[in-house]
Ligand binder design. Sequence first.
Ligand SMILES: Cc1ncc(COP(=O)(O)O)c(C=O)c1O
Length: 116
Amino acid sequence: MCRYGTHHGGCKKHNLFVIEDVAPAIGADYTFSDGNKAKAGTIGTIGCTSFFPSKNLGCYGDGGAMYTNDSDLAAKMKMISHHGQSVQYVHDVLGVNSRLDTIQAAILKNQIATFR
Ligand SMILES: Cc1ncc(COP(=O)(O)O)c(C=O)c1O
């Protein structure tokens, strides 16, 4: 755990990355000490959230998402969540089955339209 706004310099120096788990804070703004604002989950290297029904943005079962603006990292994250495959049936790395199912995605598509 670290304070927002103070961690980036220290992390770079030690080649560390920040993963922001924003499950209870999705949609929230963070205001830095200089007045700049950023959405929770967009400040670190990777943002992630749970879509469990009790969350601010929830589906009807288990679900979650992770996101980054680093395209190489995004490709690796996608590969890991698809059984370690970059191409169907070619497993480059050890992965997991962690895809959001279609029913939950459809529910979230509806929920996000009214999410504030
Ligand atoms: C910050 C945070 N991360 C993760 C989780 C767990 O999410 P899930 O149940 O989708 O694994 C929760 C649930 O309470 C949470 O509050």
